[in-house]
Design a protein around this ligand. Sequence first.
Ligand SMILES: Nc1ncnc2c1ncn2[C@@H]1O[C@H](COP(=O)(O)OP(=O)(O)O)[C@@H](O)[C@H]1O
Ligand SMILES: [Mg+2]
Length: 194
Amino acid sequence: MQARSSTLEQATDLDLVPQKGFTIWLTGLSGTGKTTTAVLLEKKLRAQRVCVEVLDGDAIRDVISRNLGFSKAGRDENVYRLAFIANLLSRNGVAVIVAAISPYRAARETARTIIGDFIEVHLRCSLNVLVQRDPKGLYRRALTGELSHFTGVSDPYEQPLHPEIELNSDMESPEEGVERIWSALVSCGWVPRD
Ligand SMILES: Nc1ncnc2c1ncn2[C@@H]1O[C@H](COP(=O)(O)OP(=O)(O)O)[C@@H](O)[C@H]1O
Ligand SMILES: [Mg+2]
């Protein structure tokens, strides 16, 4: 019997092509562009035939974190759940994009430790621009006090001290942001150069 080739070039549909799993963790205030960046990066990864999953904080809160509130404990638990799922996927070869405010530094560091292959991307944007964008009217409601515990207005946001990438979404386009993330992934050897 002939030995079965294991080279990628000769892989058939029946073979599993090994992929490197990792997690891109997008953190920042509401409206800084986490979801927009996640969706654009997801498209680019899919175009390169990379298995990818987006874990968006809002969607997760509607499902497995719907019992959690917005206290520090509730927010930290939400981040822990995201990290747990991201790790399950990443260690099985999936590129995971987490888009979540994740306001507390220690919780993000715990996520980094759990996951290992982890790139933290901090999306920055001035409060003035965020208030102008305000697509869901949340800043207006937070600033009038109608909405309490709103991150950046009436609840803390601890900026990352050493994120792998900082994007200024009031100065760079979403496409430029995705290009910078892609370059970091290429440098890690986790995606092909395009
Ligand atoms: N450089 C940028 N990166 C991401 N979003 C941007 C950028 N510049 C402007 N935007 C706009 O800002 C808004 C961000 O909304 P969203 O992605 O839902 O934010 P978040 O998920 O962080 O709450 C969108 O309307 C998007 O088009
Ligand atoms: Mg979002």
